[in-house]
Design a protein around this ligand. Structure first.
Ligand SMILES: Cc1cc2nc3c(=O)[nH]c(=O)nc-3n(C[C@H](O)[C@H](O)[C@H](O)COP(=O)(O)OP(=O)(O)OC[C@H]3O[C@@H](n4cnc5c(N)ncnc54)[C@H](O)[C@@H]3O)c2cc1C
Ligand SMILES: Cc1cc2nc3c(=O)[nH]c(=O)nc-3n(C[C@H](O)[C@H](O)[C@H](O)COP(=O)(O)O)c2cc1C
Length: 813
């Protein structure tokens, strides 16, 4: 094949070397506009997992790299005069300059033609004269722009500024230094890359950056010729970080301030042109090095071309994209979480140094409590001890106690642990009366160990029901039936039970969930109402706009329901202001288009929900807590966003809420949620760290939190005080007890009911796994060695290898 490679960075050179190594007949030319030794950047980082792939692909390159490696295991977090060290991370780094020199030498040895000082010809011309064009021309790829119609690139610029520097101080670990300066919080990411030097990146929010005066220096530097660093900034950084660099020098290398840009493309292929590395995608440096991703791309592309040699180039490129896209998407998701964490670092500056250290370590959500425990059990044990001692509600002092089993005081209500059974409508009531089904459902969840069991949304009136199967608390019979349930929970478990009160608003009069969620009833519909006559979906009824009298009447229904709930013995009351039901639809500008005092500004949209809250708070017993469930985003442009959600939470906190239960969406049918593991937790995190701690209210995270590892991570990092789990409890009513058994915990945070005690150990299971071979056999030798996806040897040619370590490491570069 004739292959043109645009760009002689790590991606382009590594691909060229691998492809040539796999088939010496390929004619490969690399165009690089810079000189061979003319490179920016300092150290590049690799996790053990990446190194495994590189080792198997080309031993020559790996050996040369290995000779250069600075290796370390520890991550040190320096925060407010303390240093927390977490071990077992397994990183290696080397100089980018040396990496390029190794790759250049290998290309030369294999017969790849590398043209330096050579601007690449137009990609369309190359595409016509070559079998394959590999565009490895970096973040500002001209090729990507040339075929933008096919690639559909998206560039998301973020609000942090960073500058990449080097220092002759050799760090002994990966370092995070958090600087609490008069201009705001800044952070240093530092790591050694040789026995003589370290990478030193300073990053901060652009507001902090402006306040610190860096904006002026950067404006001056814009006029500099390429290659010249922003020396004024570097000098100022030297002063700011004098304690860190300790007399050592900070040096630039074409170093200027940058706002990180995340590149995403709809596809990486255009006929026989393919994007690779930074040209195709970028991921914030704080989680995975761009170099690592570019080299992994190169490895996959070379392997796909080789494996599919009998097929056409298009098939190989399709296989490459299919293999790499999920890996890149996952890295970009984690990088995005990490990037946003650093953007908001100012919110965490008040955290205890222990919590801060755990928080920064788990910021991308890839590294978790269990993951850290595996790497460094003592670090996590120390965190557990600190967390236990930091709690003011009679915490369990006897370690080991995972954070999820620490007790919690919500208002004056004592909860045995941090797990809540999230409210879930069962659509199984007749005339609003909870029956035997509800007793069994809620009773089993209470026996299952959760600290707090929430009812489904209990409706305040017949017209306030979502479906004919919804429960209510507007008749004496309903109240009596609820009392039967609260009595059962109190008599037979240590759980508390809370009621969620709500009114369906414009989402009422619909079919049971399993017959057609949000679809109007086939017959027997009742009139629905809302702040404005805007239907939920095309098939929905248009709601009647509520008058002032209607609003007073509904408020009275809420207070009557609250009184009944208090008599029925509930321990907690949650006001449902989420998911597009009546009170939620007042909060969202998408559903509230009123021009009176209840619509318009956020303060006006909050008015009615707050009036209802105040009225309920006035009749709900003062010693029992009240929480509010909110949708922290409408997942739709023009709707409620996280900034407004913080203000909504603040308003309820100021009116006396004891907790905010942070859900999202379901407000408009045209929403576009970004689902994923614990996808709503960042909203809880923001609310807790911006206002929750200030007002001393509890914040509840919910949504796709299903592992005890995630619950422990969320609680310990201070992203929420409590975690609500919904569907997971439908799967396993005993989820909390099982989580205790799995973690070997048998303290007061998870007590098995006496009649169940005999089942408190995980049952024995037959052995399912095969005995592991002492050595794993993989194929070695040419030409198959390039592929990262290994299968055991087929052809008898085999070599012993240690499997690469688990992934999940975070690093810079
Ligand atoms: C200032 C800065 C410092 C960085 N420092 C580090 C660091 O220390 N460690 C780290 O891991 N990552 C660093 N990165 C990120 C890292 O460079 C990339 O993620 C990684 O190099 C991606 O590899 P690549 O081969 O895809 O692209 P690049 O390394 O960007 O390589 C692209 C190459 O294409 C060449 N090129 C582009 N257009 C043309 C053209 N038309 N004709 C000819 N040649 C062309 C460029 O000169 C460049 O050499 C840094 C990025 C920047 C912007
Ligand atoms: C069957 C079902 C019914 C639900 N009913 C309610 C409800 O009545 N009130 C409410 O606030 N949320 C309700 N939810 C949302 C859950 O409380 C929870 O927020 C959501 O399921 C996400 O959490 P999970 O991923 O742990 O399930 C319901 C969810 C399910 C699955």
């Amino acid at each position: 094949m004739r292959i043109a490679v645009l760009g002689g960075g790590p991606g382009g050179l590594y691909f060229a070397a691998l492809a040539k190594q796999l088939d010496a007949r390929h004619e490969i030319t690399v165009w690089e506009r810079n000189a061979a030794d003319d490179t920016f950047g300092f150290g590049v980082v690799f996790s053990d997992e990446t190194l495994g792939g590189i080792e198997h692909a080309d031993l020559e390159i790996f050996r040369a790299m290995r000779r250069e490696f600075a290796r370390w295991d520890d991550i040190d977090v320096h925060f407010r005069g303390t240093t927390s060290t977490s071990g077992g991370h397994g990183f290696a780094a080397m100089s980018r300059k040396r990496l390029l020199a190794i790759l250049q030498a290998r290309c030369a040895e294999l017969g790849v033609q590398v043209l330096f000082h050579a601007e690449a010809p137009d990609a369309a011309l190359l595409a016509a004269s070559h079998d394959l064009v590999v565009a490895a021309d970096g973040m500002n790829s001209a090729t990507r722009a040339r075929f933008a119609g096919t690639f559909v690139p998206d560039l998301e610029r973020r609000r942090c500024k960073y500058i990449w520097l080097g220092t002759d101080l050799v760090f002994d670990a990966f370092k995070f230094y958090v600087l609490d300066t008069p201009s705001g919080v800044m952070q240093v990411h530092g790591y050694p890359y040789s026995d003589q030097a370290s990478t030193f990146i300073l990053e901060m929010h652009e507001d902090v950056w402006q306040r610190a005066g860096f904006g002026e220096f950067a404006a001056l530097a814009e006029g500099f010729a390429p290659g010249r660093s922003d020396e004024q900034s570097i000098e100022r950084i030297g002063d700011l970080c004098a304690d860190i660099v300790d007399g050592h020098e900070l040096v630039g290398n074409n170093s200027r301030w940058i706002s990180f840009g995340t590149i995403r493309c709809a596809t990486w292929r255009h006929e026989n042109v393919v994007l690779l590395g930074d040209a195709a995608h970028t991921a914030h440096f704080s989680i995975g090095s761009g170099t690592k991703l570019a080299m992994e791309d190169a490895l996959a592309l070379a392997a796909c071309l080789h494996e599919q040699a009998d097929r056409d180039v298009a098939g190989a490129l399709a296989a490459y994209e299919e293999e790499r896209r999920p890996v890149v998407a996952s890295t970009q998701r984690a990088a995005q979480a990490s990037l946003e964490w650093f953007e908001n670092i100012g919110h965490y500056a008040g955290q205890d140094p222990h919590q801060f250290a755990f928080n920064i370590m788990t910021r991308s959500r890839r590294v978790t409590y269990d993951n850290l425990r595996l790497r460094d059990p003592e670090f996590v044990a120390g965190m557990d001890r600190w967390f236990g001692s930091s709690q003011d509600s009679g915490a369990d002092p006897s370690p080991p106690c995972p954070p999820m089993f620490q007790p919690f005081r919500l208002g004056r209500l004592e909860l045995a642990n941090r797990v809540i059974v999230s409210p879930m409508d069962m659509y199984s009531a007749a005339d609003g009366v909870p029956g035997d089904f509800h007793l069994a459902h809620l009773g089993s969840k209470a026996l299952g160990g959760a600290g707090l069991v929430m009812t489904e949304m209990v409706c305040v009136s017949p017209a306030g029901r979502i479906t004919p199967g919804c429960t209510g608390i507007y008749t004496a019979g309903q109240e009596d039936s609820w009392r039967r349930i609260t009595n059962f929970v109190h008599d037979h478990s240590r759980a508390k039970i809370g009621i969620q009160l709500g009114h369906s608003g414009r989402k009422g009069s619909t079919r049971l969930m399993w017959e057609g969620m949000d679809d109007p009833l086939p017959d027997g519909n009742w009139e629905v109402c809302g702040p404005s006559p805007v239907p939920y979906a095309a098939q929905s009824q248009t709601p009647r706009e509520l008058t002032g009298d209607d609003m007073v009447q509904i408020k009275d229904q809420f207070t009557a329901a609250a009184r009944a709930a208090a008599r029925a013995g509930f321990d907690l009351l949650e006001l449902h202001c989420a998911h597009g039901y009546l009170l939620s639809s007042f909060l969202s500008p998408l559903t509230n288009q009123r021009t009176d005092r209840y619509g318009g500004s956020l303060a006006a949209r909050l008015r009615y929900p707050l009036e209802v809250f105040d009225a309920v708070r006035a009749v709900w017993p003062q010693d029992r807590p009240m929480t509010v469930r909110v949708s922290a985003t409408d997942w739709h442009p023009g709707g409620v966003d996280v900034d407004q959600a913080v203000e909504i939470a603040r308003a309820f906190a100021e009116h006396g809420a004891d907790g905010i239960d942070v859900s999202t969406g379901q407000v408009v049918s045209e929403e576009a949620p970004a689902f994923g593991r614990s996808y709503q937790t960042p909203f809880a995190d923001r609310i807790r760290n911006e206002i929750g701690r200030k007002y001393g209210i509890a914040v509840i995270a919910v949504g796709a939190i299903s592992s005890y590892d995630d619950v422990n991570s969320i609680i310990l990092a201070g992203r929420a005080d409590l975690c609500a789990l919904g569907r997971t409890h439908l799967y396993d009513p005993n989820w909390t007890l099982h989580a205790a058994a799995e973690q070997g915990y048998a303290g007061p945070g998870a007590v098995w009911p006496h009649p169940f005690a005999a089942g408190s150990r995980r049952p024995q299971a037959g052995r399912m796994d095969e005995p592991r071979p002492r050595l794993e056999l993989i194929r070695s030798g040419e030409p198959q060695t390039a592929h990262a996806r290994w299968r055991p040897g087929r052809d008898g040619e085999a070599a012993a290898s240690v499997a690469p370590q688990a992934s999940g490491a975070q690093g810079a570069g």
